[in-house]
Write a protein that binds this ligand. Structure first.
Ligand SMILES: Nc1ncnc2c1ncn2[C@@H]1O[C@H](COP(=O)(O)OP(=O)(O)OP(=O)(O)O)[C@@H](O)[C@H]1O
Ligand SMILES: [Mg+2]
Length: 343
């Protein structure tokens, strides 16, 4: 039943039962099942089409039925059509609510991402660059005023004032960042990393489907607990998964595979692996990709891996990349097992 063909077969069955029995079209109400099944395969228009076909079949059955009570048949026929219509309406409402909810979730994840270190660093870089450039140009102007015969002390003094103002601005920016960083210390809790992986994958479910990516997960069922900030960890996993999705989506052919696995490392660490079958990494660039602003993407910022590394290291772990065989990239990180759990 869970296929378009199954649904069509059910519709035909209902049609035959309605037309050949003298149950006064009472079977017709079962078309709602066909409509419900169709929502799994079709978008809004498709479901509405299926629903219209079911209504049409109900009415045709009414006219084709050779026996039975015509009045009761007519009433049942109207009830069936109304039920099909109502179910279609409700199911489409639920679907659109579901889509809205998914979008809201995505936005939230995006928000968490852009408000994170990545965007922050880009902003800081920009805000500090401006006063630094000002310092340099005021400095050279000052030298020129002093080199004049006679030296133009007044203008030189003005340049130095500007330099002091710019220097203050730069240190103000740095101060603001410091206080910001202090306000959000990691909220460490004891958690099972498998749960975090699953929470994160839910956020990317639609993208995985849309890009026809074969996602496999291998989550070891005896994972020790780690002490970590849930949101920060989600962020790291999200960054790795997004990079992998972007990598495999860039391919026009070949398998689009994505594997997320967790294991209990021999050394007592927790090991998470995100492997993809994308174009892979240049072996010479394995370290460079973790540098700030290193990106090969048009829309990329080049902060995803920087943020991920800083989070993992703040948790006492390590993160690295290796080539996948026969092609693709593997990103892995370790986290130390919480002492409470180890003991
Ligand atoms: N799974 C992967 N396969 C191939 N290359 C990758 C993969 N993950 C990362 N890279 C390379 O590393 C670079 C840096 O990744 P990073 O996540 O830091 O930045 P980004 O994805 O380019 O931009 P953003 O800041 O938006 O995440 C990428 O531009 C890409 O060249
Ligand atoms: Mg990225």
């Amino acid at each position: 039943l869970h296929s378009p063909i199954g649904a069509a077969a059910l519709a035909v069955g209902i049609f035959i039962a309605d037309t050949t029995t003298d149950l006064e079209i009472a079977v017709g109400v079962l078309y709602v099942v066909v409509v419900l099944i169709s929502t799994r395969f079709y978008q809004k228009r498709g479901v509405m089409f299926v629903s219209a076909v079911c209504m049409g079949l109900t009415i045709i059955s009414y006219f084709l039925t050779p026996s039975g009570n015509p009045t009761a048949g007519l009433i049942n026929c109207i009830i069936s059509v109304a039920a099909i219509g109502a179910v279609t309406y409700l199911v489409l409402r639920i679907e659109s609510m579901d889509a809205a909810m998914h979008e809201a979730r995505e936005q939230l994840a995006h928000l968490a991402r852009v408000s994170s270190l990545g965007e922050l660093t880009a902003t800081i870089a920009q805000e500090v660059t401006q006063p630094l450039a000002g310092l340099v140009s005021s400095g050279s102007a000052c030298l020129r005023w002093l080199a004049n015969q006679p030296p133009n002390i007044e203008s030189a003094t003005e340049s130095i004032r500007r330099m002091i103002r710019d220097a203050n601005r730069a240190s103000e920016v740095v101060g603001r960042v410091r206080s910001l960083a202090k306000m959000t210390p990691p909220q460490k809790v004891l958690l099972n990393i498998n749960e975090t992986v699953e929470e994160t994958l839910v956020l990317k479910r639609v993208e995985v489907l849309q890009n026809r990516i074969l996602l496999r997960t291998q989550l070891s069922n005896k994972m020790p607990l780690v002490s970590a900030d849930r949101i920060q960890l989600q962020q790291v996993i999200l960054n790795l998964i997004m990079n992998a999705i972007e990598a495999v989506s860039a391919l026009s052919d070949g398998p689009r595979g994505l594997l997320v696995s967790t294991t209990d490392d021999k050394t007592g660490d927790v090991l998470l692996t995100v492997a993809d079958t994308g174009p892979g990494l240049d072996p010479a660039k394995l370290d460079e990709i973790f540098d700030a602003f290193y990106t090969t993407k048009r829309e990329g910022v080049g902060m995803g891996l920087v943020v991920s590394r800083s989070i993992i290291e703040a948790h006492g772990g390590r993160i690295w990349a290796t080539p996948n065989q026969p092609r693709g990239a593997i990103f892995q990180f370790t986290l130390p097992v919480s002492r409470e759990d180890a003991s």
